[in-house]
Design a protein around this ligand. Structure first.
Ligand SMILES: [Zn+2]
Length: 440
């Protein structure tokens, strides 16, 4: 009897996936306009668009730019034309532009100077100094055989046709549903040069920095359409989000936010936060932002098939557009929620409270334009997400009944319509500090 109970317990334990953890919606409130917009995301349209991308033969960064039918030049002119049409459909609500520059392709022995052309659709916000970035890379390659082969077919249907068509679809749907913009601007961007070392995203991240933009978060959709691994395993019900858990920059805060948004708007589609910058030995277009102190996050399919990446076999038939649509809906809910919210507090400070014998702390934060209240979120340092939410009201200092030595506390701003900002971690090593409040 005892033995069989032990066996049963072992079996149950073995069936629980590693690290399984119930998500928390973190007290975020559902917005009916966002929920309605999710229904507009079209898997069929994304399939059609990806088939057009594949039909350009190759989208290698150094491929033909003059042909009307083949190469990266034709591909970007087509993307620009599609986005321009989406803008016409929302009474010119989007601003479509080429973001241009040159970069040395360092992985080529000749180190040629190559023209870098990203395509951007801007949805201007009420505060155009603040930007939420969501991108995918439209360049492709057959890097697994020859990274500098810019003439052979490189279909790139999944890597990263899938992310490209998702970002284009987001521009269309968000433009149509929110034609007057949100609180922050949104940049829907299709990068070039990813396969040569994140060149297009580095160019855009540098530009935003040069222009003094405050980037709330930068997302990349990269490889978001495969659901069958090489060993036959299938998964079309979960997605990985990669963000490095840097307390000062806020990558982990961003991952917890996406996790919560997924649980709120699309609970049957599991978000699997992975608190590292990217898959081992791999890179993506969120990285140049993270390197500049901006929270960045990568969306990637749960199961990758390495026999179809960076090869002529990365074909349209193997992209599951129903799955791409689920990722795109998660993207949409995340991007709109963040862009509709105020900025997060820039600086925080704390002081131990004497009257409580140090069992409470005074928390202070810098005020945020447009905030109508602030909330403090609390978690033990060993748990992955926040478990307690305290409404502090419309103040910038609050006596919190927590021993701050033992927990992480995040402060966030609440906007007039209930959207919540990202959290700023109190006492994060390297984080921006206010002068400490006086000890009581
Ligand atoms: Zn990629």
């Amino acid at each position: 009897m005892r033995r069989s109970l032990f066996l049963a317990a072992t079996l149950v334990a073995a069936s629980i996936p590693v690290g399984a953890q119930a998500p928390s919606t973190l007290g975020l409130a559902k917005d009916a306009r966002i929920a309605a917009a999710l229904g507009d995301v079209s898997a069929a349209r994304m399939r059609t668009n990806d088939s057009t991308l594949v039909a350009f033969g190759t989208r290698h960064t150094m491929s033909d730019t003059l042909s009307a039918t083949r190469g990266i030049g034709a591909a970007r002119r087509w993307i620009h034309a599609q986005l321009t049409q989406y803008s016409k459909d929302c009474n010119d609500c989007l601003r479509i532009e080429y973001d241009t520059g040159t970069a040395v392709v360092g992985r080529s022995p000749e180190r040629p100077q190559v023209r870098m052309v990203n395509v951007v659709a801007w949805l201007p916000g009420r505060d155009t100094s603040r930007v939420v970035v969501i991108g995918g890379h439209y360049d492709s390659c057959i890097c697994s055989t020859n990274s500098m082969d810019f003439t052979a077919d490189a279909p790139g249907a999944d890597d990263d046709g899938s992310g490209t068509v998702a970002v284009m679809e987001l521009a269309r749907v968000v433009g149509k549903r929110f034609p007057h913009g949100l609180d922050a601007s949104v940049a829907f961007i299709l990068y070039t040069g990813e396969e040569q070392g994140l060149l297009g995203s580095t160019q855009f991240a540098e530009r935003l920095k040069r222009e003094g933009k405050q980037v709330t978060a930068a997302f990349t959709d990269d490889i978001i359409g495969n659901v069958v691994a090489d060993d036959g395993r299938r998964d079309s019900v979960s997605v990985r989000v990669f963000a490095v858990d840097s307390l000062a920059i806020g990558g982990g805060e961003l991952a917890r936010y996406v996790w919560a948004i997924g649980a709120l708007y699309q609970p049957a589609f599991e978000v699997l936060p992975v608190l590292r910058l990217d898959r081992l030995g791999r890179g993506g277009d969120h990285r140049p932002y993270v390197e500049r102190g901006i929270p960045g996050l990568r969306f990637t399919e749960r199961l990758e098939n390495y026999k179809r990446q960076h090869l002529p076999t990365d074909s349209l038939a193997d992209v599951n557009f129903g799955y791409v649509a689920k990722v795109a809906r998660l993207n949409l809910a995340t991007v709109v929620s963040l862009a509709a919210a105020p900025a997060r507090p820039e600086q925080t400070a704390y002081a131990r409270d004497r009257d409580s014998g140090g069992q409470s702390f005074t928390i202070r934060w810098s005020p945020v334009a447009g905030a109508t209240a602030y909330e403090l979120l609390v978690r033990r340092t060993t748990v992955p997400t926040y478990t307690r939410i305290v409404n502090a009201g419309n103040v910038t200092e609050f006596l919190l009944d927590e021993q701050l030595d033992d927990v992480w506390v995040g402060v966030r701003a609440v906007g007039a319509d209930g959207h919540r900002s990202l959290t700023t971690v109190v006492g994060a090593p390297g984080g921006a500090r206010l002068p400490a409040p006086p000890r009581r």
